[in-house]
Design a protein around this ligand. Sequence first.
Ligand code: ADP
Length: 468
Amino acid sequence: MIKKGMRRQIVLHYILVVFVALLLVETIFLLAIRTYYYDSIYSKITTQMSVAENFAKFSDERSGSQIKRLFELFYLENTELEILTLKGDIITSSTGFQPDRTITTSDVPEAVGGGIGRWVGRQAGTNESVMAVSKMVQIDAHDTYVLRYVTSMEGVNADLINLTLLSIAIGVAVLSIVLVFSFGLANSIVRPLNIITAVSAQMAEGKFSTRIKGKYQYELGELASTLNYMAEEIVRSNQIKDDFISSISHELRTPLTSIKGWSETLVSGGYDPEETKLGVGIISKESDRLIGLVEEILDFSKLQQNEMKLSMGRVDIKVLLQETLLNIWAKAEKKRIHLLLECEEILFTKGDANRLKQVFLNLVDNAVKFSPEDSSIVLSAQPLSDTEMAVIVRDSGIGISPAHLTRVRDRFFQVDSLNGGTGLGLAISQQIVELHHGKLELDSELGKGTQVTVILPLDDTPETPMNT
Ligand code: ADP
């Protein structure tokens, strides 16, 4: 007995379909053969009967000798010829044996009715299977009798039984072959499935280093490679998560250490107002840094849950970029980096000015962070078409390798976690830009510099600009 499951389902379905098909074909075949056998015997008898009828019609002999001649001329081998009265009483028979009996089978009344009577059944007394064919004939021009041929069907039936047995044997052989094949087919599906299930169970237990080995075809191949891909992605995002936790802990620790150190120092007292001012200033700056970090994480989680609400308005891009540069000026100054703004036209977009500023601040902040001292960063804005504009941040910093370029927009990804930051900046920027129906594109060459292009829709409705 096959265990419950797909293998059994496949085998059972195959066997059932082939069994029904075989049953139908063999039944139709055997019925056709039987009909053919029976019809050919019937047609042989009816042909003989027509000739006998014509002979009787045109013969001018007396009825007694006519009947004798009929027996001589129209006798069929292995067939009994009988002459009956219209009531079915046997007058004479080719066997010579004339039982005093009346034929009551349906062929006689059919013949008396004017047609050719045909009856197939078991003969009373002998219990032999026979076919009887009867027809009315006129003998001696005025006497009407029934001419009846009775032939045994035992031989034909025996042939039919042999044929049936042969068909059953062929059917069993075909079913056995199908059984073997369907087992093979079921195994070719079920075995890989079992392997895939076992490996995915291991993955479900957290063993993401396991992989589905071997080559599978078609849908099974796709399933195996999808599961392997899923495991790789889980490993990758776990790695990113671990990196994030370690970098965020580092990022939180540095300002906290500084805050703690200065607060302890100030609590111990005895410092002049200048020193106290310096300490409090550091505490305030580091607290701002911590707030910024926490806000970035909160923003990201809002974006992830589609909960970021935009307060939309008409935004003057030039004003927004000027504000951005003002915010970052001090940081750039420390590395003697020149910040240049190229924006000749007045460009408006519809959006949330604060969120868009957050995007540009992040991009320029990255540019400053990854540029060498005494370099320049260009911030430019220009129309692209009647409906779009591009804001470009270009630096000549360390650049990003092609392999990393595809991943820098992934959340928590950082080429080097020692650079500070969370790896969330570009992920957040991209999502904010997309919320504004725009696009964020990155071009970079390692060692040469990076260019980030933000494409935003133009707003050309004649309204008064609304800016922060
Ligand atoms: P963060 O700046 O907090 O690390 P981002 O998502 O803004 O996170 O940037 C992800 C990574 O992309 C950075 O860590 C850095 O490796 C790389 N990157 C981003 N902008 C630049 C740039 N202008 N030049 C070189 N590398 C960059």
